[in-house]
Design a protein around this ligand. Structure first.
Ligand code: FE2
Length: 194
């Protein structure tokens, strides 16, 4: 049951990669990865996602699959309240679908799905891994040093260079996004002062 839903999600990503050059030109998505279940970790921010009816038709299958799977997902937060603030930890969560510690093992790339509630500020941070965000539903404002800030919604993406500080904020809408890494998969994510 779990396995089928996760596989459906993986299949949807394979389709997404075929239709989006921003994703496929960033990194190839491996197509025959084995499933490994992970212990569920249903945390409070993920429960907010469960009540979210997206008003966009784009990626609605993925959006609804994540909602359906949410209670079974091994959600993570990584940061401590001292590093990032208690409020942020009430409004954010993510999980690794593909990658060294994901449901589908790969050493070539990682795909995370990340959720932000409304009115949330994800503070400035960086990491060695090169990264692309690809918004699935909702929207968020993306800022990164050296680039013009922009608000991205469904199917829009943004690249972050190695160690380029970046931040993200939501206002009136939530945001569900892919985060894809193509190298340095074990990179540590560090909060940076700007
Ligand atoms: Fe990042």
């Amino acid at each position: 049951m779990n396995e089928n839903l996760f596989k459906n999600l993986y299949d949807e990503l394979i389709k997404l990669w075929k239709n989006n050059t921003s994703l496929s030109s960033f990194v190839k998505l491996p197509e025959n990865l084995n499933f490994k279940d992970l212990p569920p970790n249903y945390i409070k921010p993920a429960m907010k996602l469960s009540n979210w009816e997206t008003n966009s038709e784009k990626n609605i299958t993925i959006h609804n699959l994540v909602k359906e799977l949410s209670p079974k997902i091994s959600w993570k937060q990584t940061y401590s309240a001292e590093d990032i603030g208690k409020k942020f930890l009430e409004n954010f969560c993510y999980f690794e679908l593909i990658g060294p510690e994901g449901y589908f093992f790969s050493n070539e790339m990682s795909v995370y799905l990340i959720y932000f509630d409304k009115n949330t500020f994800y503070t400035w941070h960086n990491h060695e891994a090169e990264e692309i965000y690809f918004v699935l539903s909702g929207n968020a404002k993306f800022e990164s040093i050296g680039d013009t800030p922009e608000i991205l919604s469904s199917n829009q993406s943004r690249f972050h260079k190695s160690f380029q500080p970046h931040s993200l904020s939501t206002e009136k809408e939530m945001c569900l996004s892919l985060v894809v890494w193509r190298d340095k998969l074990g990179s540590e994510v560090s909060v940076v002062k700007i």
